[in-house]
Write a protein that binds this ligand. Structure first.
Ligand code: FAD
Ligand code: NAP
Ligand code: SF4
Length: 682
């Protein structure tokens, strides 16, 4: 047993094979699954995670047939030819001493293609196509396709498969009465509805033999009205175990659920109680099948705690292994502080997957790009200055130093972080502090020379004769130039987030990412972030015990807002359209629950001691005074690059990164990516 994290790092004997530890890399769609040309990159991506010591990797979803595609030409494993190609992946993982299972995903009605099928002809609220109802023969064909896919996975060298039975995909659609209105042997009472997954598992077991891992991902909490009951979930868990499953994984929430399940504002380990409840029930019935818990487990401490308290036998980490492939190795070495922690932002992983882009990671731009973004030793050691220790400067400085350059990092503030120091103060964004902890470690480990509290100027930089100067000086808040904005009750978002006093009624000018975050900050009483209090969070989002309420959802009970806030923008339409693809709805819903008024299509007339006078509509006919005690300006940013011209004029090699390069549509994803890529080249 390892001295660090004894539960997490304990091996798990499955009878016919042993997992090295209790960490499963959960399935994530990267986009690399969907084209033959990407197979080498996918193999390198998994090999790096296997090298990092994870116990078992689960691939992104592969469809067992065309009907099961998530989108046209999605990754499919249906032929021996495809199985041969997958050897590149399994060989690469095995060469690193790892184990890997292939996830079989049939999306049913959630698919983005016209051949989609479902138990009944009911369109998904998040789907584009109305599915074709499967005939009885069609149901049989889907089951055979699952079994064939498992057999091919074995042929391809995989150590097992995961059956995707949750998140509202085809299997879930058979299980729930809301999506299964069949009157034949596959519909009606629950015993009929659950025949589909049970048949799949038992035919798979028959096809692959006894010594092959079958993980069944079971929806333990549907989080949709008319979802499954607890008794149904338990009955299914028993049945798939008897049918031949080796491991049960926890699925939480259908994709169409209106409860966030993995975003950064979800408390860590928020749904482990569901797995614990299932594990206790199954153990009481004498079933010893190992259970995996998942969702928002991003540190070894959290994982160890959940395993130690009997919540589960294994933990599933998906995004945390995008952020740091060496999570397990660092935990094993007793160096958790070196882990690049997933901040659950979804910005480069899930958002990319939904935008049909290759998935990567905001805090680790190498994720998914292991074969192209190489951090190699520099051919010639240079003296480099990096000005600004925000995300762009931190990424650049540590990458340059890792490559062997002499790096001097100048930061005007007393601490590193730039705007991330403001972001981490937002209720629900506490995780952002982890990135700063990680970079603090990296700066030390790579030997970057720190100059904190030093505002670099052109003369000083010139005097030190650097070979390269990287300007990562970030942004300045944009002034919206509204008449009266020099009133004392007008504050910038920086002042507000740094603790300036704010009255009980607030108008916010600008409804971008920062306007939304500032609104969240202002409606939450200090020290009452629901992200840090699981009971409060579950009540706010209306999550209930599935043993009490079908589907585990009840009406939300938000805490009252700390202030009355109005959020404004000049664009017409509902504010918040430009927020993250997979998280924007959460921000909008959270503010609606706190009664924040959102108004689009305004023209700012002037600020008076009584409040903010706006006119509304194209012709500006209607005038309205938003009565408030404080006006907060969140009107975007301008780049800060005053050092560029004098340095360039003196012939210095100058590079702009992050906000200093371009403030429009700036986010930390771009800042870190740009800093890393530039530093990898210099
Ligand atoms: P900055 O972070 O602005 O850093 C620039 C640094 O340079 C500063 O520390 C500054 O002090 C220093 N500096 C400037 N001039 C000098 C000089 N002459 N000498 C020395 N030092 C100097 N992004 C996301 O991707 N996701 C989010 O969820 C998110 N949420 C946010 C929430 C809030 C409330 C805020 C304010 C921002 C948020 N952002 C988010 C934006 C993100 O923080 C920025 O995009 C990112 O910080 C930009 O990085 P940067 O390194 O370019 O600049
Ligand atoms: P932003 O998203 O560009 O929003 C700026 C807001 O100010 C908009 O609502 C804009 O809307 C308004 N505005 C622009 N110019 C104005 C002017 N002259 N007068 C009055 N209003 C004006 O920028 P941000 O909110 O400052 O955020 C900065 C970056 O941080 C964003 O690009 C974002 O990616 C990142 N961020 C991301 C998140 C996240 O959750 N992913 C959270 C926070 C920040 P109108 O022009 O319609 O008025
Ligand atoms: Fe985690 Fe954000 Fe990276 Fe996705 S992009 S893995 S959520 S840190």
């Amino acid at each position: 047993m390892s001295t660090h994290y004894p539960h997490l790092l304990a091996p798990l004997d499955l009878g016919f094979t042993t997992l090295a530890n209790r960490v499963i890399m959960g399935s994530m769609h990267t986009g690399l699954e969907d084209g033959r040309q990407h197979l080498p990159a996918l193999a390198a991506y998994f090999a790096e995670r296997a090298r990092g010591g994870v116990g078992l990797i689960v691939t992104g979803g592969f469809a067992p047939n065309i009907e099961g595609w998530a989108k046209p030409l999605a990754g499919t494993l249906a032929t021996s030819g495809a199985a041969r190609r997958h050897r590149a992946i399994t060989d690469a993982v095995h060469a690193e001493g790892g184990k890997i299972a292939l996830q079989i995903l049939h999306t049913g009605r959630n698919a983005y293609h016209p051949f989609c099928v479902a138990p009944s002809r009911i369109k998904s609220p998040i789907g584009v196509f109305t599915p074709r109802e499967l005939s009885a023969a069609g149901v049989e064909r889907q089951i055979s396709a699952f079994a064939r896919c498992a057999k091919l996975a074995r042929e391809a060298g995989y150590d097992g498969v995961e059956v995707m039975g949750s998140e509202g995909y085809l299997i879930n659609q058979f299980l729930a009465a809301r999506t299964n209105r069949r009157t034949d042997a596959w519909g009606g009472p629950y015993e009929h509805r659950m025949r589909f997954p049970v048949e799949i598992v038992s035919r798979m077991r028959e096809a692959v033999g006894p010594d092959f891992i079958i993980i069944y991902r079971l929806s333990m909490l549907d989080l949709v009205p008319d979802g499954g009951t607890w008794d149904e979930a338990v009955t299914l868990a028993q049945a798939v175990t008897h049918a031949g499953a080796t491991i049960l994984n926890t699925g939480i929430g259908w994709h169409e659920a209106r409860v966030p399940t993995i975003a950064t504002s979800v408390p860590r380990g928020a749904f482990a109680w569901v797995t614990k409840k299932m594990r206790e029930t199954l153990r009481a019935q004498g079933l010893q099948i190992p259970l995996v818990t998942s969702n928002r487990i991003n540190t070894p401490e959290v994982a160890e705690g959940l395993l130690a308290d009997g919540s589960a036998d294994l933990v599933s980490l998906a995004r945390p292994l995008l952020a740091d492939p060496f999570f397990v190795a660092k935990a094993r070495a007793g160096r958790p502080q070196d882990i690049n922690t997933c901040i659950a932002c979804n910005q480069a992983c899930l958002d990319h997957a939904f935008e049909n882009k290759l998935a990567s990671c905001l805090v680790n731009p190498r994720a998914g790009h292991e074969t192209t973004l190489l951090i190699t030793p520099a051919l010639r050691r240079k003296r480099c200055a990096v000005v600004g220790a925000g995300p762009a400067g931190l990424a650049a400085a540590t990458t340059l130093a890792e490559r062997g350059h002499e790096v001097h990092l100048f930061e005007a503030a007393a601490q590193i972080g730039g705007q991330f120091n403001l972001a981490r103060r937002i209720p629900g964004k506490e995780e952002f502090a982890e990135t700063l902890r990680y970079f603090t470690q990296r700066l030390q480990a790579t030997g970057v020379h720190m100059h904190l509290g030093v505002r670099a100027d052109a003369q000083a930089l010139l005097a030190q004769r650097f070979d390269e100067v990287l300007l990562a000086t970030g942004v300045l808040p944009r002034s919206p130039d509204i008449p009266g904005q020099d009133n004392a009750h007008v504050l910038s978002y920086v002042q507000v987030l740094q603790g300036a006093e704010v009255g009980p009624r607030v108008a916010i000018v600008g409804a971008g990412g920062i306007g939304f975050d500032v609104a969240e900050f202002l409606v939450t009483p200090p020290g009452h972030s629901a992200t840090l209090n699981l009971t409060q969070w579950l009540a706010e989002w209306g999550v209930a015990d599935p043993a009490q309420v079908r589907g585990g959802v009840v009406p939300p009970q938000p805490a009252p807002p700390a202030r009355q806030v109005t959020l404004l923008q000049r664009k017409s339409g509902k504010p918040g359209r430009g927020l993250g693809k997979t998280t924007g709805w959460i921000h909008r819903a959270a503010l609606q629950m706190k009664q924040v008024q959102m108004i689009g299509g305004v023209h700012y007339e002037r600020i008076t001691p009584q409040g903010l006078l706006v006119s509304i509509g194209e012709k500006r006919k209607e005038q309205r005074l938003i009565e408030c005690d404080t006006v907060v300006l969140c009107a975007g940013q301008e780049p800060l690059r005053e050092l560029q011209a004098p340095l360039q004029a003196a012939g210095v090699s100058v590079h702009l990164i992050g906000g200093a390069h371009e403030a429009a549509e700036l986010d930390a994803k771009r800042a870190i990516d740009q800093g890393t890529r530039l530093a990898a080249r210099l």
